[in-house]
Design a protein around this ligand. Structure first.
Ligand code: DOR
Length: 428
């Protein structure tokens, strides 16, 4: 299949220029102003739009295997394509857990079968994510796993985590930590602070995140292994990572769209749509996370897309599971809430996460002839509101209803195939 994308602002790691982009047989073949039209080209209009390397989401819960009532790899990767993502990293808290070659191969194959974007499975750090015994890292790395995490939980035992970093430092893999000291968060439903005291609800203190960020930075200093910090949410965590990077340690970090746009005061509604782990924080924390993204302390925007069936989110706050979906709204939230140069937002959604995910040979590549055609075309100024019933995700637990978003994906090209054209999934 051959496409000619016309009239775009092309933005990548090499800067910005205007032009057309021709894609043929999976690759970019020509980039330049006013390219001639060939009969076989399907023309995709990109006037008023930005064309960039495809987005990469380091953090999605696709729920398959195990909770296909909430999401499947098919429905989750459709949502990803609509959100402009050409690759996503699937978190391991499936049932069974992604702790064996069989399960990670299954997830990868289901992604290939769906064909909407690349689904890169993470592997868990510990067997069944139980925090007791390490998984076979080398075997999983041979099966293509580049990111290991127990996400949903942090690894509590410092000795086990030390061994994990020692083991990882011999392999070309990254350990991604969900930072939460669980003895400090038992029973918590929201951020511990003024709002939580007023509402009389059990709180999740910032310290529970920051202690583990600190511990893992010190383990990186000791072992030389690479660490990635998932969904950072507090001002203190951002400071710790900034200092670690300043000291030259091999650490990276991500922040979610909800931790730059929604505050803990929303929990006054007692609506479990706003319950998420780590919890929504204070305006000061949000500002610190945004500053962290702006100065590069936080490398990536990652959604923590966490679908849940309606029955579970309708339960009282203390019984409802944490999490919100985010794939289809990520760009709209980022552009509405960040005052960063557009190229830096794209960096945080494309080539920086591609490098952390270990897939930079095929995603987040410069827009140049010879490169694999994984591309996103979006209108950065469209204002819109999300309509849950129109989402491709099987679950509709978005907190953004009625909140203006800015920036919408128009076309997504995955492996040379336009899987989304004019905001619509293309039949295969
Ligand atoms: O809010 C969250 N939901 N945080 C997590 O760490 C896990 C996720 C889930 O799996 O639902």
């Amino acid at each position: 299949m051959s496409y000619l994308v016309t009239g775009a602002r092309v933005i990548d790691q090499n800067g910005e220029r205007r032009g057309d982009v021709r894609v043929n047989d999976g690759f970019i073949v020509e980039v330049g102003p006013d390219l001639s039209r060939n009969d076989q080209d399907r023309v995709l209009d990109a006037s008023g739009c930005v064309l960039s390397p495809g987005f990469v989401d380091l953090h999605v819960h696709l729920r398959e295997p195990g909770r296909e009532d909430a999401e499947t790899i098919e429905t989750g990767s459709r949502a990803a394509a609509l959100g402009g993502f050409t690759a996503v990293v699937a978190m391991p808290n499936t049932d069974p857990t992604q702790d064996s070659v069989e399960v990670v191969d299954f997830v990868r194959r289901q992604g290939e079968r769906a064909g909407w974007c690349e689904v890169s499975p993470s592997g868990s750090i510990t067997v069944s994510r139980a925090g007791e015994q390490l998984t076979p890292f080398a075997e999983l790395a041979d099966a293509g796993v580049r990111l290991f995490t127990d996400d949903g939980n942090g690894v509590q035992d410092p000795l086990l985590m030390r061994r994990a970093y020692e083991y990882a430092s011999d392999l070309d893999v990254t350990l991604a930590q969900h930072c939460e000291v669980e003895s400090l968060t038992a029973g918590a439903v929201m951020h511990e602070g003024e709002c939580c005291s007023k509402l009389g609800l059990p709180g999740w203190p910032s310290l529970a995140e920051e202690l583990m960020v600190h511990r893992d930075i010190e383990l990186v200093r000791l072992t030389g292994a690479r660490a990635h910090f998932l969904h950072l949410s507090t001002a203190g965590s951002v400071d710790l990572v900034r200092a670690a990077k300043g000291a030259g340690l091999p650490v990276t970090a991500e922040a979610t769209p909800h931790h730059i746009s929604l505050t803990d005061s929303l929990l006054a509604s007692y609506n479990a749509l706003y319950k998420v782990n780590p919890p929504l924080r204070t305006p000061q924390d949000l500002a610190a996370v945004r500053d962290g993204l702006a100065d590069g302390t936080i490398d990536a925007i990652a959604t923590d897309h966490a679908p849940h069936v309606p029955e579970s989110k309708e339960r009282p706050l203390d019984q409802a599971p944490p999490g919100m979906i985010g794939l289809e709204t990520a760009l709209g939230v980022a552009l509405a809430h960040l005052e960063m140069p557009l190229v830096d937002v794209i960096a945080a959604m494309s080539w920086k996460p591609a490098a952390i995910a270990g897939i930079a040979d095929r995603h987040g590549r410069p827009v140049e002839p010879g490169e694999p055609a994984n591309l996103t075309v979006f209108d950065p100024s469209t204002e819109w509101e999300v309509v849950p019933a129109q989402l491709a995700s099987k679950s509709h637990n978005t907190p953004y209803v009625g909140i203006p978003l800015r920036g919408r994906v128009r076309h997504t090209i995955f492996n040379g195939d336009a899987v989304v054209i004019d905001g619509k999934l293309q039949d295969k």
